[in-house]
Design a binder for this molecule. Sequence first.
Ligand code: GUN
Ligand code: ZN
Length: 435
Amino acid sequence: MAVSAKVLRGRVLTFLRKPEGPDDTDSYLYLEDGGIAIGDDGKIVAVGDFSEISASHSDPVIDHRPNLIMPGFIDPHIHFVQMQVVGSYAGSLLEWLNTYTFVEEQRFADPDHASRIASAFFDELIRNGTTTAAAYCSVHPESADAFFAEAEKRNMAMVAGKCMMDRNCPEGLQDTPQTGYDDTKALIAKWNGKGRANYAITPRFAITSTHEQMEMVAALAKEYPDLHIQTHLSENDVEIAFTQELFPEHKDYTSVYAHYGLLRPKALYGHAIHLSDSEIGMMAETGSVAVSCPTSNLFLGSGLYDFEKAEQAGMTTAVATDIGGGTSYSMLRTLDEFYKVQQLNKNRLTPLMSFYLMTRGNAEAMQIDVDIGSIAAGSYADLVVLDVRATPAMAIKMERVETLSEELFLLQTLGDDRAIAETYVAGQPMKSVLV
Ligand code: GUN
Ligand code: ZN
């Protein structure tokens, strides 16, 4: 996609590292009148005060003042094939999966359906300021083709994979150990590294894979040590008990994945709510990532993720929407719910931590921070422009806001897709051009 050089002007906020408290001003760069020079390749050339940037760059200026420009949001756990599952009325996880989700995902055997939903899915990410996601496709390789083709069309950095699942689900959603392995390999060869695509090895969760399939997943993980792995872990009490029944030879849920060599950096474990201290220790030691999905965990009544405990133990936490168990595509809404979950745990999340997590924090957790998650020279100009006065209720509250942290907290508490004034992908405005 051709991108012309430009300079964005506005208030700029980007994190330099994880904030260590509510007033950790060294953890971020904030420019009251900032400039971001973007090159023809969609990457950031320079960031600084607008006066300096405009003196050294003569490109056209797009003025976003008084809005706040931040790195695009990153959603590290989302099911693109569950757009039409969102808001399905179920008591808990397994009922929700069996009644709605496993029925819906069978539709993705049809490539036309997969393409239509992929297009709607990327539109929705852009509306919400999300520029990168780690996504689950269905079991059908065609769904992964549709997903990556749409991502490539929009030049978006995406991590995704086809689910591997060969039991405890309808026949129409089953692969076999061999076809799961072969199809995954073929998709890696076709998509990984093409444009901005990263393939993730994706066993859905232990319940839907036989021991034979887990052996094949282990082989894939060994053959591709640098790829992401994504799966689900310790989300719900009945799910945990069923997993123990299916894998009685292992001490606990996490040990099942450990046995097959799936604990490692870039391994993204959705939910990870009910882990024992020893499981948290295994996750921390191996650099595996817990991906908390607060709107989903509240919606399905799964439980309350303890962020403070994870931090104390050195287990990395990322935060994600988990559409369609989750109930919002918005990372602002998601962090608002994450904040409330931590309140129930008697811990208070700082606004700085929230905005770190949805940008640089999630990028670092996924180890894709080399060129996204920050506004810095050399990074892709994947950006979100935030309007803190987007609604009348936000505007009236803003009259009482005095600090940057208060402004961020307002964006988190009342903000949603309406607060996303623009989304840039590799320097290209994407939201304002949606039809
Ligand atoms: N566990 C296995 N599959 C899923 C899924 O699609 N959503 C959630 N929330 N949990 C899962
Ligand atoms: Zn999930």
